[in-house]
Design a protein around this ligand. Structure first.
Ligand SMILES: [Zn+2]
Length: 342
């Protein structure tokens, strides 16, 4: 990923933004007559829409960030996972065996990337959970580490591993929800988890030397019509950071940014989201360019003066289960909000 900071503009608008329909569920747990007046005041100032309390991905218990952290720890323990390296083969084996063991619907999207070091074999992984509504929501991450950093023991605990762990723990939730649902389907859109290969530049970041996996898959899904099924594309990148501050990416789709802000607000997580605005180049762009509503949920401020980013300091002690809990809660709630949109 690469970005440019657009001044020091604080994006107050994102947080203060008008009010998508706020949930009556916000008041859940504060029930009782004593709170009725507060609820009525809220009714006067906020449009309330009825929200079905069906068991959905976003409801129920808090997200298990500790589980996501444990997956990330196991994945980072593989070591560096640069394309063509031995750790990359192990990383592929890790993902393949995990989802096969859980009997998930796994697709391996192997392809050859044309890179500055020649042809490089790469592989995206796609895990699908079917829903009752036609259409799909994609949650994505990248899993590999940088080829140029292959000699510094760069394990990408935050950059690649944390969000791989996050999506694995989200898969646990979706699998459990589907298991107890009629027809073994999620109530709502299908959810597809995508683990991209080749996000990082092989030599130096450019439009042609970066995001190999997402460019390959977006083009393939454009050709075969799959893109038309995608209601939203949500990318997670570097959001395991203990000191979580997710920027508002200006290339992301506005209504999806608003929805994520609304989801964050539900949990009181506003301070972690969208306090700063940036122009981010990442795996979402190939989808944005093809008209898929997309958002990059990314924290580009990692360590003092960003000193942990793309260095050997990107290790598990810099990320936290708490940040992954915030991420998981917001992703699952965003899925729920997208399901309710139409
Ligand atoms: Zn990176």
């Amino acid at each position: 990923m690469i970005f440019s900071l657009l001044g020091k503009r604080v994006e107050a608008r994102a947080l203060g933004a008008p009010s998508l329909p706020s949930a009556a569920a916000d008041f859940r747990g504060k029930g009782g007559i004593a709170k009725l007046s507060i609820f009525l005041v809220a009714l006067l100032i906020t449009p309330i829409t009825a929200q079905a309390q069906h068991p959905s991905a976003g409801s129920g218990q808090a997200f298990d960030g500790a589980k996501a952290y444990e997956y990330a720890r196991e994945f980072a323990a593989i070591g560096p996972r640069w394309p063509t390296g031995p750790g990359h083969v192990k990383a592929e084996d890790f993902l393949r065996s995990h989802f096969q063991r859980n009997h998930d619907q796994l697709e391996q999207d192997a392809f050859t990337a044309d890179t500055p070091i020649g042809s490089v074999p790469m592989c995206n992984f796609i895990v699908r959970f079917s829903g009752t509504k036609p259409g799909a929501i994609v949650l994505a991450t990248h899993y590999e580490t940088n080829y140029p950093l292959r000699n510094i023991n760069f394990v990408g605990a935050n950059d690649g591993a944390s969000t791989t762990g996050l999506l694995m723990a989200i898969a646990d939730r979706l699998r459990a929800e589907a298991a107890v649902s009629p027809g073994k389907k999620l109530s709502g859109y299908s959810v597809w988890l995508v683990f991209f290969d080749g996000e990082e530049a092989i030599r130096q970041w450019s439009a042609s030397d970066s995001t190999y996996g997402s460019r390959h898959l977006a083009a393939k899904w454009g050709r075969d019509g799959t893109l038309g099924q995608i209601k939203a594309f949500l990318l997670a990148d570097m959001i395991g950071d203990k000191d979580l501050d997710i920027q508002r990416d200006t290339n992301s789709t506005a209504w999806l940014v608003s929805l994520v802000a609304e989801a964050a607000k539900k949990f009181g997580y506003q301070r972690y989201f969208f306090q700063q605005e940036m122009d981010v180049q990442d795996d979402h762009l190939a989808f944005v360019e093809r008209g898929v509503p997309s958002i990059d949920i990314i924290d580009l401020d990692y360590g003092p003066n960003n000193s942990y980013h793309h260095t050997a300091q990107d290790t598990m002690d810099k990320i936290s289960a708490h940040s992954l809990t915030i991420d998981g809660d917001v992703f699952l709630e965003t899925i729920r909000l997208i399901d309710q949109r139409n």
